[in-house]
Design a protein around this ligand. Structure first.
Ligand SMILES: Nc1nc2c(c(=O)[nH]1)N[C@H]1C(S)=C(S)[C@@H](COP(=O)(O)OP(=O)(O)OC[C@H]3O[C@@H](n4cnc5c(N)ncnc54)[C@H](O)[C@@H]3O)O[C@H]1N2
Ligand code: MOO
Length: 408
């Protein structure tokens, strides 16, 4: 040690709060409801109709007056039929029943359904084996929603059920946030695109593609700015191509080496630096600032560091730009399958596999190697085990927070 105090590192949660503080959702556009899945609502949606629009049967059977069947020796005359799409137009008189099917309107005067399985029918006369209570198997008008009900909230990312609901409430077009355009710039003289000729000391660039996948998963549009060499001129020219994007993500050149020029060049172009270096492993050299109002996130170049920072910062930032609420990725609880040593001052995100015990408990096995260059290991990981700064040694069996990386 040279005796100097270590460079202060910003806690992960504080870094994310500072990032969110600079992000505003994109503007609004209208899309047909049928193309709205994956988009984020810019306004609440209210129902333009009532569902069901009438009291409806929930079962196939007979619409009756419950009081007529209080005595099971009663016989009821079947006087007609109500089907979905065509109601029985008369009212039910005492001592009568109407054949009815699921979803069909209840005839006036009927207050219960008796299931067809509970009925003996001879010609047009029925006897019930079960006495239905008043209201049984009836869906009252408006059970699902009524005209004017708020059925979806602004900030909701629309899924399959939501799109079906939009159809049902006849919200024929809906206001959604524009998909944020995220410019991605890889940096480094050593990098070449996959499939391109390369020299013996060159590396295939991979981070752009992982980041682009994360951008799309978060609802954004990835704009690939290519690879800039490690010179001020190359970086300046490439950064100019980010004009008009909603966010710029740079990859690599974020650390302290002589060729780590991304921060200095951005600051030279007028970027206001918000933070650089956070208490996280991998991902310590993460940088964030704003350039002419555009948020700029500088991710470290190590492939695992890039993608873990993408998961923890870029993804949530893009979701926020796309109109979702500001929130950290959700963690789950799991039990450790192995002992872990004491942690240092950086919040640790350990690549791990997941299995389930017989009772359903998740069991996380951190990989023995955690080098932030090892993409094959990240691809094999099911989750990241989160270890707070200065966590004491942990024993196998202890509960820990995990961040799932794939559906479990
Ligand atoms: N003296 C110190 N050295 C380093 C420190 C430090 O604090 N002091 N921090 C280390 C940490 S932690 C990280 S993380 C790295 C990150 O450095 P950079 O962001 O400057 O990344 P590069 O040097 O540009 O690249 C690192 C590594 O990753 C490869 N790389 C870069 N971009 C891509 C890409 N688009 N696709 C695939 N691979 C990429 C690059 O070739 C290097 O091998 O710094 C440590 N050093
Ligand atoms: O943060 Mo670096 O990502 O430890 O390798």
């Amino acid at each position: 040690m040279n005796g100097k105090a270590p460079f202060p590192l910003l806690p992960v949660a504080e870094a994310r709060a500072r990032l969110f503080a600079q992000l505003a959702p994109t503007g609004t556009e209208w899309v047909p409801f049928s193309e709205a899945d994956g988009r984020v609502l810019a306004s609440d949606v209210t129902a333009n109709r009532t569902q069901p629009p009438f009291d409806a049967s929930a079962m196939d059977g007979y619409a009756v007056r419950a009081e007529d069947l209080a005595d099971l020796s009663a016989r009821l005359d079947v006087i007609g039929e109500s089907v979905a799409g065509q109601r029985f137009s008369e009212a039910l008189r005492p001592g009568t029943a109407v054949r009815i099917f699921t979803g069909a309107p209840m005839p006036e005067g009927a207050d219960a359904i008796v299931l067809q399985e509970d009925v003996d029918r001879a010609g047009d006369v029925i006897a019930a084996r079960e006495a239905p209570a008043s209201g049984r198997w009836i869906r009252p008008a408006g059970l699902d929603f009524k005209t004017g009900d708020r059925v979806l909230r602004a900030g909701t990312r629309l899924g399959a059920a939501d799109v079906a609901l939009l159809a049902s409430v006849e919200a024929l077009s809906v206001p959604v946030h524009r998909r944020p355009v995220v410019a991605i710039l890889a940096t480094g003289d050593e990098l070449v695109r996959p499939g391109s000729p390369r020299g013996p000391d060159q590396i295939v660039a991979s981070n752009t593609y992982g980041l682009a996948a994360q951008v799309r998963a978060a609802g954004g549009i990835a704009r690939d700015l290519g690879i800039a060499g490690d010179s001020e001129e190359a970086l300046q020219a490439a950064i100019a191509d980010a004009a008009g994007a909603d966010m710029l993500v740079t990859l690599g050149g974020a650390s302290v080496g002589d060729r780590d020029l991304v921060g200095p060049v951005l600051r030279g172009l007028g970027m206001t630096l918000d933070f650089w270096k956070i208490a996280m492993r991998p991902g310590k050299p993460l940088m964030f600032g704003t350039l002419g109002g555009m948020p700029v996130l500088g991710l470290p170049g190590n492939p695992v560091s890039s993608l873990v920072c993408g998961t923890l910062f870029a993804g949530p930032a893009i979701r926020r730009l796309a109109g979702e609420p500001a929130s950290a990725p959700a963690t789950l609880r799991a039990r450790l399958a192995a002992d872990l040593g004491e942690n240092d001052r950086r919040e640790d995100y350990l690549r791990a596999s997941l299995t389930r015990e017989e009772d359903g408990t998740l069991l996380a096995t951190p990989f023995p190697r955690q080098d932030s260059s090892m993409l094959a290991l990240l691809s094999r990981a099911d989750a990241l085990v989160v270890r707070p700064p200065h966590a004491p040694p942990a024993r196998a069996g202890e509960a820990v927070d995990i961040l799932p990386l794939r559906a479990i």
